[in-house]
Write a protein that binds this ligand. Structure first.
Ligand code: SAM
Length: 246
C-alpha cells in the first residue's frame, strides 16, 4: 500500500512518518509513504502558491494550479489515479470502520490544505473523498493526514506484532477496551484484579468482555448501537442499566 501526502510542509510530515512503528514499517517495505511538496509545482516566478480570496475576507487560499500539477505528476509517477482524500473540517469524521475500508486501496493520496484552504475548483476536479479528524479547525491538513495514514497503516499485516494488537483494541468492534495492568502487582496499594493472575483463560476472557461492556456503557454508550453483541452481552448490559437506575 502506498500513501502520498501532498503538502506545503513535507518536512513536517516526513519527521513523523519516519519515526517509531510507521518508520519501521516503511523500512521493512510494508508500506510506502511519500511526501510531495505542492510548492515545487507552482508556475509563479516567486514560488508563491497562495493568493487572497475573491470577494474579500481574511486569510489566503492555496491556488488551484500548483495543487493540480502536483496531483497530475503523482498520477504520472504511479501510472494511475490514486484515491484522493482531502483533509478538511467539512469532511466525514474519521472512524475505525472507514480506516478499515481504506485498506482496500493500493494508492491513497492525502491532500493537505493550509491557511484558509484550497481553491474550490481544483477540489471539484480531483477529490474523491473528504475526511475530517473532528469537529474543530486546525491550521493545516498535515496532522490530519498523518493521523489517517497512521490509523490505516497499523492495520496492514506485519506492521504490528499480530492482528490482536488492533482487533482487540477500542473501536475495532465498536467497544472500548478493558482496563489493562502491568508489573508490579501492587502499586499505590492498588492490586491488579485477581482474575488476571489466575491463568484461567475462560474467566479472564469473560472478565475482559464484561469490563469492555461496562466501559462502553459508561463512556461511549452511542457505540453500543453498532457493536456485535450476543445474548449474554445484552443480558449483562441490561443488568448494569438496571443497577444504575436503582
Ligand atoms: N476555511 C476552512 C473552513 O472553514 O472549512 C478551514 C481551513 S483550515 C484553517 C486549513 C486546512 O486545515 C484545511 O484546508 C484542512 O486541510 C485542514 N484542517 C483543519 N481542520 C481540519 C480537520 N478538523 N480535519 C481535517 N483537516 C483539517
Amino acid at each position: 500500500m502506498r500513501f502520498d501526502i501532498l503538502t506545503l510542509f513535507p518536512e513536517m510530515c516526513e519527521s513523523v512518518v519516519s519515526e517509531s512503528i510507521l518508520g519501521r514499517a516503511r523500512e521493512k517495505g510494508l508500506v510506502e509513504i511519500n511526501c510531495r511538496n505542492i510548492r515545487k509545482y507552482t508556475l509563479d516566478k516567486h514560488r508563491r502558491v497562495d493568493d487572497a480570496p475573491y470577494g474579500g475576507g481574511s486569510g489566503m487560499l492555496i491556488q488551484a494550479q500548483p495543487v493540480y500539477d502536483c496531483y497530475r505528476s503523482l498520477c504520472e509517477d504511479i501510472g494511475k489515479k490514486p484515491h484522493l482524500i482531502y483533509l478538511s473540517p467539512q469532511g466525514s469524521v474519521l472512524t475505525q470502520q472507514r480506516a478499515k475500508e481504506l485498506l482496500e486501496y493500493d494508492n491513497i493520496a492525502l491532500l493537505c490544505g493550509h491557511y484558509e484552504g484550497i481553491d474550490e475548483r481544483v477540489l471539484e476536479e480531483i477529490v474523491d473523498e473528504e475526511i475530517s479528524i473532528g469537529d474543530y479547525v486546525l491550521t493545516g491538513g498535515e496532522l490530519p493526514a498523518i493521523i489517517v495514514a497512521d490509523c490505516v497503516c497499523r492495520m496492514i499485516p506485519g506492521v504490528l506484532s499480530g492482528e490482536d494488537s488492533f482487533t482487540k483494541e477500542s473501536h475495532y468492534a465498536s467497544l472500548l477496551e478493558e482496563p489493562q495492568y502491568t508489573r508490579p502487582e501492587v502499586w499505590h496499594e492498588k492490586a491488579v484484579p485477581e482474575v488476571l493472575l489466575s491463568g484461567h483463560h475462560a474467566n479472564i476472557e469473560s472478565w475482559r468482555r464484561q469490563r469492555q461492556l461496562e466501559r462502553t456503557l459508561q463512556k461511549r454508550p452511542d457505540l453500543l448501537e453498532r457493536a456485535d453483541l450476543d445474548r449474554k452481552d445484552r443480558d449483562y448490559l441490561k443488568k448494569l442499566t438496571e443497577e444504575e437506575t436503582e
